[in-house]
Write a protein that binds this ligand. Structure first.
Ligand SMILES: C[S@@+](CC[C@H](N)C(=O)[O-])C[C@H]1O[C@@H](n2cnc3c(N)ncnc32)[C@H](O)[C@@H]1O
Length: 193
């Protein structure tokens, strides 16, 4: 990560760009959810969660979540992975969805209420400054979010701070193989998309 290209924005500006972009997201049908998850995984989830799926993969498929575990979903959006994880850890476990965009948190909390899940909590915060104690979670999952950080080394430092020793980090994300052209690097839409 040392050879990360320099962004033209400050970290604060990058945060504003991402927040505005995800604050304005509208539901986009079930195509993303149906391509990433099995019918069983999304059964019973409201369309206000599934039609807001914005992930790039299915980290839960590889996370081997067990009853009783404490899971942190970084960049939880409208909550789709948080809810699937909550079923896997059962009411003896707990899932914390972390997001920095007020509109997303509002959607996620409304969805949680609809589902009646008591082992889920959505928190406002940034992955670069996670509002949790050291060594407090068993598993971190994240889906399509880390690429949005303007300071990825700091984000990973935070992940390893809050994970318990022997904890797991499982994420799906986009990677760049090679250098992006400056026109793409300088595009707000490409950065936040
Ligand atoms: C591409 S969406 C993915 C949402 C969700 N994981 C899913 O699969 O549907 C990215 C989410 O990450 C949140 N996000 C972006 N940067 C963040 C940061 N630095 N800290 C916390 N959340 C962030 C956005 O607000 C948005 O809800």
């Amino acid at each position: 990560m040392d050879d990360q290209p320099q962004l033209k924005w400050t970290a604060e500006e990058a945060t504003r760009i991402v927040r505005e972009s995800y604050g304005a997201v509208v539901p986009h049908g079930l195509g993303v959810a149906e391509s990433l998850y099995t019918p069983d995984e999304i059964a019973g989830l409201p369309e206000s969660a599934t039609a807001y799926a914005l992930g790039l993969g299915n980290p839960i498929r590889y996370a081997d979540l067990r009853p009783g575990e404490i899971v942190l979903d970084i960049g939880s959006g409208a909550g789709i992975d948080t809810f699937i994880a909550a079923r896997k850890v059962t009411p003896t476990g707990r899932v914390i969805g972390l997001d920095m965009t007020a509109e997303m948190l509002e959607r996620a909390r409304a969805n949680q209420k609809m589902l009646g899940l008591t082992n889920v909590e959505f928190r406002e915060g940034k992955m670069e400054k996670i509002p949790l104690a050291d060594a407090s979670v068993d598993v971190i999952i994240s889906n399509g979010v880390i690429n949005l950080s303007a300071d990825k080394p700091l984000a990973f430092q935070e992940f390893f701070r809050v994970l318990k020793p022997g904890g797991r980090l499982v994420f799906s994300d986009s990677v760049v193989n090679g250098q992006l052209p400056r026109t793409v690097l300088d595009s707000e839409a490409a950065f936040a998309g």
